[in-house]
Design a protein. Structure first.
Length: 209
């Protein structure tokens, strides 16, 4: 399966007439947050493929446009605190970042543990049905110790590192950490999980069960 992972930055070559020509081979789009709903709806419509998302810490409760007001991208699947299966791929997600001010989609480490633990029943059910807990974990913030930064706003999430260690998804896709320099890693292998920073866009090819 060909996956387009996106986050944090609106790209002209995705938000324009060349989107389908450049990314027509994509089977599934995954947004890791901090992208406007109109942008996600455009990509979903242009590619005519499923789109799953979590919200970032800068997401608005309501997004306004000439077409009205929206609380989510229409036609997309919200993964927050949910397990889902798309085209044979097992997905789960958690939105937001560590709390550092009064933003709507910011949480304490304890609240992030609550979000992650809410995914456990679904992952256990996946294991019974398919023999696998999870293929792709989707979040906005990174796990503790991988791609995170020392400042509070960009601190990694302890519960995400635990999920990766215990349930061993093949991939953890996240955003939130902007990549400004060539030496900033786009992906890092952490045990059984490839942690991928989707800033801008990243393409992945994943075998499905």
């Amino acid at each position: 399966m060909n996956i387009l992972a996106i986050s944090d930055k609106v790209l002209d070559y995705l938000y324009g007439p060349g989107c389908r020509r450049k990314f027509g081979h994509i089977d599934l789009v995954i947004s890791c947050g901090d992208l406007p709903y109109y942008y996600l709806e455009f990509i979903l419509t242009a590619l005519d493929k499923p789109l799953c998302f979590v919200r970032g810490n800068h997401a608005n409760k309501v997004e306004y446009s000439r077409r009205g007001s929206f609380t989510a991208p229409r036609g997309a699947t919200d993964l927050h605190r949910r397990t889902s299966r798309h085209l044979g791929l097992l997905l789960a997600g958690v939105e937001g970042s560590l709390r550092y001010n009064r933003g709507d989609y910011q949480y304490t480490q304890a609240e992030m543990w609550s979000h992650v633990l809410s995914l456990v029943p679904g992952m256990l059910a996946n294991r019974v049905r398919t023999g696998r807990f999870l293929d792709v974990f989707v979040s906005h913030a990174p796990p503790k110790g991988v791609h995170d930064k020392p400042d509070r706003a960009h601190t990694g999430i302890n519960a995400f590192a635990w999920l990766n260690q215990v349930f061993k998804p093949g991939y953890h896709l996240h955003g939130h950490i902007h990549r400004y320099h060539p030496e900033d890693p786009a992906s890092t292998q952490a045990g059984a999980t490839l942690v991928v920073n989707a800033y801008g866009h990243q393409e992945l090819s994943i075998e499905t069960g």
